[in-house]
Design a protein around this ligand. Structure first.
Ligand SMILES: [Zn+2]
Length: 70
């Protein structure tokens, strides 16, 4: 995955979700847990005047969005 600003390789940073992850790990069916997508960070220091985080939404065909998801 490449940075849409500077085209350097994005580093995998984290993933994000909705619901109760610890309840999901314990096997509760009503945890509401669902993985929403992945978070990437641009490693290029010259890129820091842009938003340096990017995220994808799994339901959105892994398209990159600028910024950290709220
Ligand atoms: Zn970049």
């Amino acid at each position: 995955m490449e940075c849409p600003c500077c085209e350097s390789e994005l580093a995998y940073e984290d993933w994000y979700y909705t619901g109760n992850y610890s309840a999901y790990e314990k096997g509760y069916e009503d945890s509401g847990f669902k993985k929403l997508g992945d978070i990437y960070k641009c490693s290029n220091e010259e890129c820091d005047y842009f938003e340096e985080y990017f995220h994808t939404r799994n339901n959105d065909d892994s398209q990159l969005f600028e910024g950290y998801p709220c």
